[in-house]
Design a protein around this ligand. Sequence first.
Ligand code: ATP
Length: 288
Amino acid sequence: MCVYVVGNITVDETWAIADIPAKGSSVHGNKISQDIGGKGANQAILLSRCGINTTLIAAIGNDLNGRWIYEKIHHEPLHHAPEYLFPCNSDTSLIFNCADGDNAIITTTTAADSLSIEIITRALVRAVPGDILLLQGNFSFEKTRDLLLLGKQRGMTTVFNPSPVRDGFSQLWPWVDIAVLNQPEAEKLQPTGVSNLVITQGARGAMLINASQQQFCPATPALAVDTTGAGDTFLAVMLASALLRKTEIDALSLTHASLAAAITVSRPGTCSAFPDVAELKTLLSHRG
Ligand code: ATP
């Protein structure tokens, strides 16, 4: 069984600035960190660190950032396709942390937009019925819909994390088996008919709703310093926990996910905040 994560991969640059610059102004700032990010990459990295056979299908551009990402991603225990660099800039998220604790983020999708359905279909050539197709919200509505349809035609289990939300995403539920959303996304998109629905509620916890149960799992208390990637950690570890135990998503999957997310929020950065292979092995051995 293999999980195919089709999504984006970015360089996350975090800058400290006094305040959001006014139009026409020029301000000083400090670059605090550079990290791998992008929801597709985040989720694939965590799944693979849990011991799941994971393929990340994401486009990396042919520039300095792209070569940096390429080098870093090949240290993770996942497969990456397509293996070449795309003739465009890599995707970047510029995260501006203001002195008052507020932030502003600018993200590009040039590389993600270059990943056509034809390229993705070729990268999915070895996918078989029972494999998992995991998508986030970084592609257009049309591309996301076509990928979900492709996954269902191939007999794959489809997992959708519709973040960031785009117009039309609420029409996609008929092709989704497992949906993971935060509370505002769930209120906006009203998921219906999915066999497993998980709604995360930040520091409160998360709710699992399926045919056999409606279960709330409180968050694991943590001294939160940076919540970037909490949702991605939660989703990936929850899915990995169920797949490793060959069960449906259950209360124990949510417990494992909440332990992992508590580690992520307690450290700064994106990928560098994620639990490592040893930490994940330990927390996945908890029996509830
Ligand atoms: P993000 O977009 O910031 O990655 P999200 O909006 O997708 O996150 P959240 O609902 O904020 O998802 O968080 C997902 C899970 O992470 C929660 O269900 C909880 O288990 C954990 N979590 C989030 N914030 C905290 C916190 N401050 N302390 C402990 N756990 C947290």
